[in-house]
Design a protein around this ligand. Structure first.
Ligand SMILES: Cc1cc2nc3c(=O)[nH]c(=O)nc-3n(C[C@H](O)[C@H](O)[C@H](O)COP(=O)(O)OP(=O)(O)OC[C@H]3O[C@@H](n4cnc5c(N)ncnc54)[C@H](O)[C@@H]3O)c2cc1C
Length: 559
């Protein structure tokens, strides 16, 4: 094993200091009050690789090393001495660790369990800053080096591979990727695990389990993303959906002492997670990628002790009696005193017969860094005239050779912010095509050609466009509510003053008071963000509504 630590050698000095800080005596003493001091002996394994990292160690004397196995050998990831501490994001989430924590030199440590560590970061702001920054930077470094417990074998031209990459990335899970198209030695690896090229994407999970074209749920199960849930425990607050609105509600709820469980059918971040750059969210003057915003919010929720189930969607709301319950994928039932529905909306699909064949293989619904790399130097088309389409056009024009922006209307003025229209007009790489819609898609495994029609002239043009971004408005994720709540004509949830006396009579509203702002036709059930009728469809308003709803949750819990 090499004695040069992998992490500190690669990080710049100041960042390395934040990643591996040395605590003062006073700080160590404050941590000691939350744990116990114990002796450790050279060679002792404190946490095994793959174990749920439920313990955190501060070194008083001696040394602790973090090692990972690399084939038959071991690599030293980082070495901690007196005043330093172990751990990374897994400690907050309670998920499995990637490396072994072992004593290099006998001495004394403070051992703190996860429960007390969460208490510490919630109450001691100075230590919270130091620990949270170190945990986040350590995770960023693991991701950058692909030091995870997962190997993904696939092709960048395969929809399944892109889905798995996005799922792992959105969950902040480090992985290494072996590209079938550019790696000649891949066959040996596939042979070792008895899988063929036709099985891709293949996920080798913790070096043991081989998943062929796995669903997100299978990946979440294999990587231990979700804790078991107790179906008899009645939660204070159950939140459905972990987009900006749901994550905001989770952070406010948990930080105000509520017992919060969040169910997310895919991965945290929602639609915002697919945005390349959000420039109008307060506090980020240079913009922030949706992915980064979501990752920060997710970390914040974990810090406050929110339990979040990934790839577990709500299937049904049992609304006939209290406590209400949500039935989730896999048949489990979770009861709760109050519920916040933050299931957002989903992109409209194009009415083309063979659309599904190319989804992820040339048809995309978000333009993030991953997609931008796929269409480097190529022609792309974007469908839609709203702000998300405008952002995508500006973003993709930095890597693509040409961007065709197709809109059904005469222009963009009615639907897009002025600042985006100006950037589009000023970009020589973007061609605006008004009154135009796609009429045909062609290709085999991947989209190869697109035909579009100008509805004014009737002229149809076919071009070798291999990447189409569909950003043509959204429909609400309310199909699962099955008559429990009053919806508007487009299927969005009606709340507060939007509920008419007729709506309340039809729903048999049982209380003397009228519904609170953001409360649905079912007392104690709220709707926030894009899923709510009349919502603004902005990150800021979704976050604001999540926070406001929690104030009413407290009132309902005291009713
Ligand atoms: C590409 C793009 C760019 C954008 N850019 C901007 C911008 O620059 N500025 C701005 O202000 N806004 C922007 N928006 C809009 C903004 O992202 C949305 O308004 C915001 O994400 C809405 O948040 P939400 O939490 O209400 O819903 P969503 O973000 O839609 O999140 C809903 C979540 O609920 C989950 N879910 C759905 N059904 C279920 C179920 N049955 N069970 C469990 N979970 C479920 C989904 O998987 C999803 O994670 C953009 C949107 C897109 C798509």
């Amino acid at each position: 094993m090499s004695n040069t630590p992998l992490l500190s050698s690669s990080a710049r000095a100041s960042r390395a200091d934040e990643m591996v800080p040395t605590l003062t005596e006073a700080q160590v003493a404050r941590i000691a009050a939350h744990g116990r001091v114990r002796r450790v002996e050279r060679g002792e394994v404190l946490v095994k690789a793959g174990e749920r990292t439920a313990r955190f160690f501060v070194i008083i004397t001696g040394q602790i090393e973090i090692v990972r196995s690399a084939g038959a050998t071991e690599e030293l990831v980082v070495l901690f001495g007196p005043g330093m501490f172990t751990g990374e994001m897994n400690l907050l989430s309670g998920r499995r660790g990637f490396s072994q924590v072992r004593v290099r030199e006998s001495g004394e440590v403070i051992e703190v369990d996860r429960h007390h560590l969460l208490g510490l970061v919630q109450t001691d702001s100075e230590l919270s800053d130091i620990l949270m920054r170190a945990f986040i930077l350590r995770r960023v470094e693991l991701i950058a080096h692909g030091f995870g417990d997962v190997v993904l074998v696939g092709s960048n031209h395969c929809a399944g591979t892109l889905r798995v990459k996005e799922f792992l990335t959105r969950n902040g899970h480090p992985y290494s990727f072996i590209d079938l198209d550019n790696n000649e030695s891949v066959q040996a690896l596939l042979d070792r695990f008895h899988v063929g090229v036709e099985d891709v994407p293949v996920l080798i999970c913790r070096g043991e389990v081989v998943l062929r074209d796995p669903s997100n749920q299978q990946i979440a199960d294999c990587l231990g993303f979700n804790d078991a849930i107790n179906e008899t425990e009645i939660r204070d607050l159950l939140i459905i959906g972990a987009g900006p609105a749901g994550l905001a509600a989770a952070v406010y709820g948990a930080s105000e002492g509520l017992d919060v469980l969040v169910l997310e059918s895919n991965a945290p971040g929602g639609q915002a997670g697919s945005s390349s750059k959000i420039e109008n969210y307060l506090g980020f003057p240079t913009g922030v990628s949706g992915q980064e915003l979501a990752a920060r919010a997710y970390t914040q929720a974990q810090k406050f002790g929110v339990q979040l189930l990934i790839a577990k969607g709500a299937k049904q709301l049992a609304c006939d009696r209290k406590p209400y319950a949500i039935e989730i994928d896999g048949g489990q039932r979770v009861p709760a005193r109050t519920i916040i529905i933050a299931t957002g909306a989903e992109y409209r699909r194009l009415p083309l017969d063979n659309l599904a064949q190319f989804e992820g293989a040339g048809i995309y619904y978000g333009a993030t860094f991953i997609e931008s790399q796929l269409c480097r130097g190529e022609e792309v088309a974007i469908v839609g005239g709203g702000n998300s389409a405008g952002q995508a056009a500006v973003f993709l024009s930095q890597t693509a050779r040409r961007v065709h922006l197709l809109v059904r209307a005469d222009g963009l003025v009615e639907t897009m912010s002025r600042y985006l229209i100006r950037r589009i007009e000023e970009s020589p790489a973007i061609t605006l095509r008004p009154q135009t819609e796609i009429v045909a898609l062609e290709g085999d495994d991947h989209l190869e050609r697109v035909s579009w029609r100008n509805n004014q002239s009737g002229e149809v043009e076919t071009r070798a466009v291999r990447h189409v971004f569909v950003m043509a408005g959204a429909v609400p994720n309310t199909h699962w509510l099955d008559g429990c709540l009053a919806l508007d004509a487009k299927g969005f949830i009606k709340t507060g003053p939007d509920l008419s006396p007729d709506d309340l009579a039809a729903a048999q509203w049982p209380l003397d008071r009228t519904p609170h702002l953001l409360e649905t036709s079912l007392p104690g059930v709220f709707a926030v963000g894009d899923v709510r009728g009349g919502s603004l469809k902005r990150v800021a308003s979704a976050v604001g509504e999540g926070a406001i709803a929690v104030a009413f949750v407290h009132q309902v819990l005291h009713e």
